[in-house]
Design a protein around this ligand. Sequence first.
Ligand code: IFM
Length: 391
Amino acid sequence: MEKRVVFPPNFLWGTATSAHQVEGDTLNDWTEWEKNGGSKHLSGKACNHWNLKRFQEDVERMKVLGLNAYRMGVEWSRVMPKPGVIEQGVLNQYRQMLMILQQAGISTMVTLHHFTNPTWFVKSGDWTKTSLEPFYAYVDATTKTLADNVNYWNTFNEPLIMVRMGYRTGQWPPGKKARIISAFYLRKRLAEAHNEVYKIVKRNTGRPVGLVHNFTSYETAHGWLIERAIAGLQDRIANRWIIEHTKNDFLGVNFYCRQVFNGFRPLPASRLGKRVSDFGWEISPQSLTMVLLGLRRYNLPIYITENGVADAKDKLRADFIREHVQAFRLAMRAGVDVRGYFYWSLLDNFEWAEGYTKRFGLIEVNFETQERRIRPSAYVYRDIIEAGTNS
Ligand code: IFM
């Protein structure tokens, strides 16, 4: 770290999780998918983060690491186990969890939809067909109950990933492949749903609301005109379209990788940089700077709502964090209004089709015993936070 630190005093230094990936004992379309062999593992107890005692202990760990923000999810299928039926007890438990965070001086960011759906919702059709009224009723009840406990709201997490994985590659529920028309229509429907949710959350809470989108940096191998044209088009379709069709008080930026065009085609990951995560994803911090510079045009506050590395041996994570902090700091110096950074993830957790094989956590989890161990790289993050907040 350089000496001169530019972070404002109220900068959010956080970590992120999602409900299904950490809570355990969820019952939704993903648990069905897992049972039918769609994942390497069943999510089962996950990190047992729904257990209040365990949750409290995890918050203690956040305090040890000097974190001042936490992004977590609310599970729709828990709140609304049957169509139109709100489990007020579940919402009360979420409120208790958020109060534990507030009492620890940790700002809260809550995601209302992070890939999972109640089974009754998908049985009555899917996102392309079903009425979205029950979803809005869930959002309404949740935001009314939690209004005083949440600082920032996220509507959807990575809606276009849900479309790609569920309707184009078919690797995630509902497992449809190459449904180009459905996928196209669904993008539009999800953007409209975001705008409706935005209104409900604003009405009930008055707090800042933003979409969380996965941004990819589209780059060129040689800088050829054709490569630049394709990269530019891809940027419009995959990065900018959804931002330009949604209303947001801030942008939630999830950043993991870049795509490099070699002529007409993207280079395979194996031909990109040498540093790759356990997922095979290249580590390219300068691409985060580029994504952020590209977002300056929207003139909105930015929270980096996810950025992390699958690294079971904790060999890459410390440098990964240092370099990505450096990368967004460069963007801040160039005038990008970055207000927070949430490392993905607090805990090793259920990584969708990969099950428990990919470990993103600052904290290692033994899924047999639920024991936790803070990884050495987490202390590097703590030191960065300390340097940033004491400047
Ligand atoms: O685990 C996921 C998360 O649910 C959404 N963003 C990417 C992460 C890593 O793959």
